[in-house]
Design a protein around this ligand. Sequence first.
Ligand SMILES: Nc1ncnc2c1ncn2[C@@H]1O[C@H](COP(=O)(O)OP(=O)(O)OP(=O)(O)O)[C@@H](O)[C@H]1O
Ligand SMILES: [Mg+2]
Length: 291
Amino acid sequence: MDLPATVAELTDTLRQDGYLADRGLATALFVAMSLHRPILLEGEVGVGKTEVAKALAAVYDRRLIRLQCYEGIDTHQALYEWDYARQMLHIRALSERQIADPDAVDKLFGPKFLLERPLLEAVRAGERAVLLIDEVDRSDDEFEAFLLEVLSDFQISIPEIGTIRAETPPLVILTSNRTRELHDALKRRCLYHWIGYPSAEREVEIVLVREPTVSQALTRKVVAAVNRLRQLDLAKPPGVAETIDWARTLQFLGATELDAATAVDTLGAVVKERDDLELVTASLAEITSGG
Ligand SMILES: Nc1ncnc2c1ncn2[C@@H]1O[C@H](COP(=O)(O)OP(=O)(O)OP(=O)(O)O)[C@@H](O)[C@H]1O
Ligand SMILES: [Mg+2]
């Protein structure tokens, strides 16, 4: 599918895939896609940061290439590695005479033995890909500096092979949960959008899009209860994913109402910390009283 011509068109297209973007997010994505700028999405846990990259890849028929960041991730895991096992097998299969050939070693570091990792894959795929750099806040400073370099020129130099360049850059979506502040330099490269919790109206809509068989009345109750939970001082406040899970769980159990008794039996879908559980259980009647 071609790039969207308007923000409204992008919103509609995403909706067809079951993703509801509000105007702010849709505008930011529209600009990022049109101007080929990376976009950094920050926000609460479980508000659809990762999902939007998947949805965009699906609706625009692009390959989703995901680089999941974690503590200690290094450039090899992100760019490329040499297939050591295959190189060894290859060497063992060579005869004495073949090994003496000076080209033999060069061949060991050729395309055949190169393992592409997400960034190299994305540079190769160019605009046919959506590159999701997920949870970038988990990586360390050096990795961030390295990412900055890749994002600036979308070219990768492999000493043994040469330079690989993207004709047109992929759509790059970075996400962060803000466990640490990212560097200004990285932020300056990117467009930025904060995804907060959706309004109650919209959250009801999201649940119904994802779980069409759940009744609207029950969904409203669940959303109201989740919103109360978010106002408590929980270590892990529930995201949209938990709202959906809770509604799904209640529906599965045949509940038509959300009262303190059904809530206590199903809290495991929304509250996932022991201390939080204690806090919540103490005020369940209040939490489930609206809708
Ligand atoms: N706007 C939305 N439209 C449709 N579904 C949504 C939306 N927001 C969240 N969801 C649902 O919530 C789930 C969680 O979203 P996702 O995993 O993208 O959250 P996240 O922000 O990446 O969370 P985390 O910070 O934990 O990585 C998704 O699987 C999706 O079903
Ligand atoms: Mg995520």
